[in-house]
Write a protein that binds this ligand. Structure first.
Ligand code: KIV
Ligand code: ZN
Length: 542
C-alpha cells in the first residue's frame, strides 16, 4: 500500500466523496428526473454530507442547466460540480450554472484512449491534449485560485499510460486541482487499476487530488475504487444505489461502508458521510427514478440485514456481530417503538418519521399526517413501510392541472373492460371513455380521450410496476409508471415517473398515470418551480 497523498481541499485523513447520482446516475436510460426531483435528491445528498454533488451537465439541456443553477444557489456545506466537455460552449455554460455556488467545482473531460480519439472524436492525441489544457486553463481563470477545477481523461483505463501521464502533467500545469481517472467502460481489474492510480498519485504529489470514477460492467466498480484508495486516490466518484450508465457506477453505500467497516485496510482514512442518511437517500433515489433495488443489494437491499436460517437467527439474537459486520442503525435502518394510529398527533408522527430518517415539516407534514390518519381508518396496522410510502408519495408533488373527479370501470372474465373518467382541466370538467384489455388499460385510454382534445397529446406508457407496500389483505398497492408525451420521440429523454398509492390497485394505477400526466404538462409549460419549499429550521408544532 502506498503512503497517502493529500492535495488541496482534502483534509489529511479524509477521502472526498463525490456523488454523481444526478449526472452519471441520471444518464441511465429511464432514470431521468425533473428539475424538482433533482433538487429533492440534492437536498438529501447535502444531508448525507457528501463532499461534492455533481448536479448535472448544464450544456446538455435547459432543464439540466436550471437544475444545476438552482442546486448551486441553495446548497450549503457540499461543493456543487457541473460537467463540461472540453468543447467551446460547454465550460462557459457550466461556469455560468455553478458561479453562484458556495463552493463551485468545474469538471471538464475529454477522451484520451486511441479508440475514442479515432472513432468518436476523430482527432489526434496532440489535439486532445491541447483542448484539455485550454479548458482547464479557462476554468482556473474564470473561477479563481480557490475553486476546484477537475480534469477527467475519459476511458483512462484503456489509454496508453505514457500518454495519459503526459495529459495529466499538462493539465496540472494549466491549473487542474483534481485529476480524475475514469474507468469509463468498467474494464479495469483492481490490482492493475491500483498500479495506474499509484503512477498518477506520484505525478500529482501535493499539487492535486487524485480521483477515480469506476463503472460496473464487470461488477468490479467498488473493488476498483477501494484498490484506488489504497493506492493513494483521495476522491471517489460514486452514485446512490450504484445507479449509472449500463451496469452503473461504484455505489456510494458500498464504498462508504467499506471504508468505515474495514479501518485496518484504510488506515487513518475516513469519509465525513452521515451514514445514517444512506437508507433514506437510497429509498428516495429508487422512488424518484422508479428503479427498484434488488433485495440482495449490498447495504441497502431489503435482505441486507435479514436473517432467515435458524442458525443465523440464533447467532444474531445472541450477538449481532456473529452475522452482521455493520449495524442496520449505522445505515439508517431504525426500528422505532412508536406506533401510529387514529389518535396519534402531528408531533408523534414527526418523531416517528425522523426515526425512519425523514425530516418532514410544515405543509408537507400536514399532508402526510392527513394521509396517515385516513389510512389508519381503513387499515388495521399502519406499518413503517406504509408511512414511508406516504412520505414518498408527497415528495416533489407537481401542481395538479389535470385533476381527478371520478372514475368507473367494469371488467369481467373473458370480456373487454370499459372505463370512464371525469377530470378537471383548464377550468372545466372533461369526460373520457374507453375500452381496454383490462381495467387499467381502459382507464388510461379514458384519460387519454379526455385530455387529448385540449392538450394535443396524451401520455404514452413506457413502463408499469406494481408492488405491495406491506403484507396482509389490506396492504396498500404502490404503482410506478414511466411515461412520455405522444408527440415526443420514443426515447427516454423527457420521460417522467408517476406514483400512485392506494389500498385499491386500480385507483393507485390511475393516480400514477395522472401524476405523470401532470409532470409532463408542467414540463411543457416550462414549470421548474414545482418543488416543496427548501427545509426550514425546525419549528414548534401545534
Ligand atoms: O465514465 C466517464 O468517463 C465519465 C466521465 C465524464 C467522468 O462519466
Ligand atoms: Zn461515468
Amino acid at each position: 500500500m502506498s503512503s497517502p497523498t493529500y492535495g488541496p481541499g482534502v483534509p489529511e485523513g479524509s477521502v472526498r466523496i463525490f456523488d454523481t447520482t444526478l449526472r452519471d446516475g441520471e444518464q441511465a436510460p429511464g432514470a431521468g428526473l425533473t428539475v424538482a426531483e433533482k433538487i429533492q435528491v440534492a437536498r438529501q445528498l447535502a444531508r448525507l454530507k457528501v463532499d461534492v454533488i455533481e448536479a448535472g451537465f448544464p450544456a446538455a439541456s435547459p432543464g439540466d442547466f436550471e437544475a444545476v443553477r438552482r442546486i448551486a444557489e441553495e446548497t450549503r456545506g457540499s461543493a456543487v460540480a457541473a460537467l463540461a466537455r472540453c468543447k467551446d460552449g460547454d465550460p462557459q455554460r457550466a461556469v455560468e450554472a455553478i458561479g453562484v455556488a458556495e463552493r463551485p467545482h468545474l469538471h471538464v473531460f475529454i477522451a484520451t484512449s486511441d479508440i475514442h480519439l479515432k472513432h468518436k472524436l476523430r482527432i489526434d492525441r496532440d489535439q486532445a491534449l491541447a483542448e484539455a489544457v485550454r479548458w482547464v486553463r479557462y476554468g482556473r481563470e474564470k473561477l479563481g485560485r480557490d475553486a476546484e477545477v477537475e480534469f477527467s481523461a475519459e476511458d483512462a483505463s484503456r489509454t496508453d499510460p505514457d500518454f495519459l501521464l503526459q495529459v495529466y502533467a499538462a493539465v496540472l500545469e494549466a491549473g487542474a486541482s483534481t485529476l480524475n481517472i475514469p474507468d469509463t467502460v468498467g474494464y479495469a481489474i483492481p490490482s492493475e487499476f491500483g498500479s495506474l492510480v499509484s503512477r498518477v498519485t506520484a505525478l500529482a504529489g501535493d499539487e492535486a487530488v487524485v480521483s477515480v470514477h469506476c463503472h460496473n460492467d464487470l461488477g468490479l466498480a467498488t473493488a476498483n475504487t477501494l484498490a484506488a484508495v489504497q493506492a493513494g486516490a483521495r476522491q471517489v466518484e460514486v452514485t446512490v444505489n450504484g445507479l449509472g450508465e449500463r451496469a452503473g457506477n461504484a455505489s456510494l453505500e458500498e464504498v462508504v461502508m467499506a471504508l468505515r467497516t474495514r479501518p485496518t485496510q484504510f488506515p487513518t482514512l475516513v469519509s465525513r458521510v452521515a451514514t445514517e442518511q444512506i437508507t433514506p437517500a437510497s429509498r428516495l433515489v429508487s422512488h424518484l427514478t422508479g428503479f427498484s433495488i434488488q433485495p440482495n443489494k449490498a447495504v441497502v437491499g431489503a435482505n441486507a440485514f435479514a436473517h432467515e436460517s435458524g442458525i443465523h437467527q440464533d447467532g444474531v439474537i445472541k450477538n449481532p456481530l456473529t452475522y452482521e459486520i455493520m449495524t442496520p442503525q449505522s445505515v439508517g435502518l431504525t426500528g422505532s417503538q412508536l406506533t401510529i394510529g387514529k389518535l396519534s398527533g402531528r408531533k408523534g408522527l414527526q418523531k416517528k418519521l425522523r426515526d425512519l430518517g425523514y425530516h418532514v415539516e410544515g405543509p408537507e407534514l400536514d399532508l402526510v399526517y392527513r394521509e396517515a390518519i385516513a389510512l389508519a381508518d381503513r387499515k388495521k396496522d399502519v406499518t413503517d413501510a406504509d408511512l414511508i410510502a406516504i412520505v414518498e408519495q408527497q415528495v416533489a408533488e407537481v401542481p395538479e392541472t389535470v385533476g381527478l373527479v371520478d372514475w368507473e370501470v367494469s371488467s369481467a372474465k373473458g370480456g373487454e373492460s370499459r372505463g370512464h373518467v371525469t377530470l378537471t382541466l383548464a377550468g372545466s370538467e372533461r369526460h373520457g371513455s374507453s375500452r381496454g384489455n383490462g381495467p387499467v388499460d381502459a382507464l388510461y385510454g379514458a384519460v387519454d380521450a379526455a385530455i387529448e382534445p385540449v392538450l394535443a397529446w396524451h401520455p404514452v406508457l413506457m413502463s408499469y410496476e406494481i408492488r405491495a407496500v406491506s403484507g396482509g389483505e389490506d396492504a396498500q398497492g404502490q404503482v410506478v409508471v414511466r411515461c412520455r408525451r405522444s408527440i415526443d420521440d420514443a426515447s427516454y429523454a423527457d420521460s417522467v415517473t408517476g406514483h400512485g398509492l392506494s389500498t385499491n390497485i386500480v385507483e393507485a394505477s390511475l393516480g400514477a398515470y395522472l401524476v405523470a400526466t401532470n409532470k409532463l404538462h408542467a414540463m411543457e409549460l416550462g414549470d421548474t418551480t414545482s418543488v416543496i419549499p427548501a427545509p426550514r429550521p425546525d419549528e414548534e408544532l401545534p
